[in-house]
Design a protein around this ligand. Structure first.
Ligand code: AOF
Ligand code: ZN
Length: 365
């Protein structure tokens, strides 16, 4: 006999198989149990395709009438790209549905559970709720705030430097950390860097040292100053956000704009301050409108500081290499506080070893 927690954990593991291909939909897994045995299981595998419950029912080796259904997200109750899962569960006359968490999608949010209950199906909500929420933390933010989940990925030395005084920063951390970074890139919808990082490091921002697909690349380039032959513009989907104001009267910027467009780069003008610095709020709003539910920010220092100052960063992955770089740049140099009481707090830090480095993961309060 399995416990309900074991079965929900199985749903979460199954759900993770959809990572990288279901966004901006949530990751969902489903297990069907009859007389104490698992008779069917499935997961949502691709955006626009069948939901976890449908796949689990279709995979079942037995009639599912009278069975217990485990699913990490409340079954949906509306016609989206697919018909409502609750209708299917009711039609199949299942006995009880164990749910990890409510669906934050306002089109569902409690309606799925109500419909099941009204049809006489028992429902228990909140099995491994914390784990279920963590799995779909990006979906939760995207659904409720209409903004992407924002993760800062920083690599620094023991003395807190992300680059030398002359800007050199490639590579501070170990090979194991590099592999981990590529794994992280494969999890998030997009990675974002500032034009300075494109100029200094010429990164590809693809997934090469881990399994999985490469993310969309986003470059914040207010003045459109990135070299048009940068690696980030060569393959895959790349987006540039630039300032409509600071590029308007520059012939040079207009020329780059056309060249990059011809290269297939997606270009979007945004609001900026008088110096051409883009508003983080408009960057994120536009990103969400493009259907991108999570973004990992990879630098540089100005960009990290801007995101922290905006209060719109959700999560931090901080790699710390056992080295001292001396005079150099920190990822938070752009934050200028007068009182310790204003310090930015990071919650629930977990520390992992990555080769000789340590990875600190936590959440901005
Ligand atoms: C479920 N099971 O496996 C998933 C659910 O456009 P659609 O039809 O794919 O609907 C997407 C919405 O359905 C999504 O925003 C979320 O509310 C829910 N996702 N629900 O019962 C699943 N992926
Ligand atoms: Zn569904």
């Amino acid at each position: 006999m399995y416990t309900k927690e074991e079965l929900m954990l199985r749903c979460i593991r199954l759900a993770e198989s959809g990572r990288g291909s279901v966004s901006p939909n949530p990751m969902v897994g489903c297990v069907i149990v009859r007389n104490g045995a698992i008779v069917g299981e499935g997961f949502h595998g691709k955006f626009g395709e069948a939901h976890a419950e449908v796949n689990a029912i279709n995979s079942s080796t037995q009639d599912v009438a009278g069975s217990d259904v485990y699913v990490n997200l409340e079954p949906c109750s509306f016609f989206g790209k697919t018909p409502p899962c609750v209708d299917l569960l009711i039609r199949k006359r299942v006995r009880k549905v164990y749910v990890g968490m409510f669906d934050p999608n306002p089109l569902v949010n409690g309606k799925g559970i109500r419909k099941l209950t009204e049809a006489g199906i028992e429902v228990e909500v909140g099995v491994l709720e914390e784990e279920a929420r963590k799995l779909n933390e990006a979906f939760q933010k995207f659904m409720t705030k209409k903004l992407p989940f924002v993760v800062l990925k920083v690599a620094q030395s023991l003395d807190g430097k992300i680059a030398l005084w002359n800007g050199k920063s490639k590579y501070i951390t170990s090979h194991e950390s590099l592999v981990k970074v590529h794994e992280l890139r494969s999890r998030y919808d997009a990675v974002l860097v500032g034009a300075g990082t494109v100029r200094e490091d010429d990164p590809e921002l693809t997934v090469r040292y881990a399994e999985g697909r490469s993310p969309v690349r986003i470059v914040l380039d207010g003045a459109l100053s990135s070299p048009v032959d940068s690696k980030v513009f060569r393959k895959g989907r790349t987006i540039i956000f630039y300032s409509s104001v600071s590029t308007k009267n520059s012939k040079e910027a207009q020329k780059r704009l056309r060249t990059l467009q011809e290269q297939g780069v997606e270009m979007y003008p945004l609001r900026s301050d008088s110096k051409g610095k883009l508003s983080i709020q408009s960057v994120l709003k536009r990103t969400a409108e493009l259907g991108i539910a999570s973004v990992m920010v990879e630098g540089g220092g100005d960009v990290f500081s801007q995101f922290i100052r905006s209060g719109m960063a959700d999560k931090l992955h901080l790699f710390v290499a056992p080295k001292i770089l001396g005079r150099g740049k920190s990822f938070a140099d752009g934050i200028d506080l007068r009182n310790l009481s204003e310090s930015v707090e990071v919650d629930g830090i977990v520390i992992e070893q990555c080769g000789v480095d340590q990875l600190f993961t936590g959440y901005f309060k």
